[in-house]
Design a protein around this ligand. Structure first.
Ligand code: IPE
Ligand code: IPE
Ligand code: MG
Length: 224
């Protein structure tokens, strides 16, 4: 049976859920946050070491300002209200992506990371203003500038995910089958699960079903 160290999730479908149930995309984002909490709890139960959540892409800046503001308010309130609880549960928070937000949000993110830095049970990598192409370019530039050899080890070393094993599993909810500029390098050999359900409808049972299915997959890595 395969062990699971790292699960990555593209949490898609909030907007459509909100429009369908409450006639507001933003209320879908609010509902999606409840699923985030459920999946964090379930990841701990399943002894998963790393959980990477795609929360905001470099492309999501194209959205209406009102929606972007709502998302960052949601994030702000979540961190203010929940960071102590996450810390008590021995959870480490790491932001992946370029921290180019308001001063207030940047400070809150830095504070939250610092507070939970030494925690060991579960590491949550929150992908915020994250884009895989930009991450790769940053790494290539760093390797070249420092006159290091361009090899897999050095490229990986300068990604946001340095020292984190590649995801075993990628889940994308929301009935869309694409990667949307997420972890293009790191997902080279991940098992991919595309889910029809919208993120707010995704349950602990759905999650466990995927984890159990993954455990029985024969992973070849090119071998037979
Ligand atoms: C994913 O849900 C969350 C973010 C991108 C912030 P969407 O907002 O993309 O929801 P849909 O895909 O429009 O339903
Ligand atoms: C991907 O979802 C980004 C996040 C879940 C944060 P999108 O909804 O932005 O992806 P596209 O635009 O449909 O590819
Ligand atoms: Mg979407």
């Amino acid at each position: 049976m395969n062990s699971i160290k790292h699960v990555a999730i593209i949490m898609d479908g909030n907007g459509r859920w909100g429009v369908k149930h409450k006639k507001s995309r933003n209320l879908g984002h609010k509902e999606g946050l409840k699923t985030v909490e459920k999946i964090i709890k379930s990841s701990i139960k399943n002894k998963i070491r790393y959980l990477t959540l795609y929360a905001f892409s470099t492309e999501n800046w194209k959205r209406p300002k009102k929606e972007i503001n709502f998302l960052f308010n949601l994030l702000e309130n979540f961190l203010i209200n929940k960071i102590s609880e996450l810390n008590k549960q021995n959870i480490k928070l790491k932001i992946i992506g370029k921290k180019r937000f308001s001063k207030k949000i940047n400070q809150l993110l830095n504070k939250s990371e610092k507070k939970t830095l030494k925690n060991k049970r579960l590491q949550i990598n929150l992908a915020l203003n994250y884009g895989s192409k930009s991450e790769l370019l940053q790494s290539f530039n760093f390797v070249c500038k420092n006159k290091k050899k361009i090899n897999e080890k050095n490229i990986s070393k300068y990604l946001f995910t340095q020292n984190i094993p590649d995801p075993d599993i990628l889940i994308r909810t929301g009935n869309t089958q694409r990667l949307s500029n997420f972890l293009l390098w790191q997902l080279a050999y991940s098992e991919i699960f595309f889910e029809k359900k919208l993120w707010p409808d995704f349950t602990e049972n759905d999650y466990n079903r995927i984890l159990n299915k993954f455990k029985r997959i024969k992973r070849n890595y090119g071998n037979i």
